[in-house]
Design a protein around this ligand. Structure first.
Ligand SMILES: [Zn+2]
Length: 299
């Protein structure tokens, strides 16, 4: 999963570290299972999901074997939430009204399985914003693709969409957003922000005719972004800026620059009921503070 925090190879390769990671995953799985059971029995999950808010799920890939779980998850959510487009979610999060449970979807990194996911979403009247890295779109050189996959630690076989496939998603009502040129750490002072943010946007505008795409920074954590990167995003005319911090928006932010969009990670390696309770927990915990830019990104 490319938007998880990268770990050093020494830590990743150590058998002890691997055993610890497996144990940690086991405890986490058991904790979420326990949480889910309690919340379903008490109907707390339904109440939380029915809370008026703007919430955005972020996914990466939905390969063929995951589609049934993806459809089941959408089916459950469609009973309690109104599905809105990404732009509608941003509009409501900035200007309101936030008068019902609204859920939008986003996919990061532009994997080809998103085309199949879009077919599933069509049955539910749902669309998504797909955040892409222009450098890898249409890339055919196997060495470059191999280096990209190694750097982003991709373990699945999903390839990347080309420009024609991205255009076909737009035809289905989906949106395409900017995820930086090369999926780099935008929090490093050495990162070329003009290349990563402005040129990347320019290519998306040229190729797909989107004048003001949404932006979501790679990895999504506070440590992977900077005040300068944030300023560059807004000054270059993006429609919004999204993190991968969990949360939801319960009050209008009032302006684009005052809104640090929250997004909730969803993985279909996890059971459907885990993904439901994690969304529900974010919905229940959401407060007006979820709009704010956390330090050190607040001006
Ligand atoms: Zn990413």
């Amino acid at each position: 999963m490319s938007d998880q925090e990268p770990k050093t190879s020494a830590r990743r390769d150590s058998p002890l570290a691997a055993a610890r990671a497996t144990l940690r995953r086991g405890f986490k799985h058991a904790a979420v299972e326990f949480l889910s059971l309690g919340w379903r029995i008490s109907r707390r999950q339904d109440k939380a999901l029915a809370r008026p808010r703007v919430q955005i799920a972020v996914l990466h890939h939905v390969e063929i074997e995951m589609r049934r779980a993806f459809a089941a998850w959408l089916g459950e959510l469609s009973k309690v939430c109104t599905f809105v487009s990404y732009s509608q979610a941003v509009e409501r999060a900035i200007h309101g009204p936030i008068d019902k449970p609204m859920l939008a979807f986003s996919f990061d990194d532009g994997f080809r399985s998103c085309l199949g996911a879009a077919e599933v979403m069509r049955d539910f009247g749902a669309t998504a914003c797909h955040f892409i890295n222009p450098r890898i779109v249409d890339e055919r050189d196997p060495e470059i693709i191999r280096a990209w996959r190694t750097r982003l630690r991709l373990r699945h076989n999903d390839g990347h969409m080309n420009w024609d496939e991205l255009a076909s998603l737009i035809d289905l009502g989906h949106e395409i957003g900017n995820h930086s040129m090369d999926h780099q750490n935008l929090g490093l002072p050495t990162t070329d922000l003009a290349e990563q943010i402005i040129r990347s946007k320019h290519i998306i505008t040229q190729k797909l005719g989107i004048a003001h795409p949404h932006f979501a920074w790679p990895y999504g954590s506070i440590a992977r972004f900077s005040i300068d990167a944030k300023r560059t995003v807004y000054e270059s005319g993006h429609a919004s800026c999204a993190s991968s911090l969990r949360g939801a928006h319960v009050e209008p932010a009032g302006s684009t620059e005052r809104l640090c969009l929250r997004r909730d990670h969803t993985w279909f390696r996890l059971p459907v009921h885990h993904n439901l309770v994690l969304l529900a927990r974010s919905a229940q915990r959401a407060s007006p503070a979820d709009n704010h830019w956390p330090a050190p990104l607040s001006d």
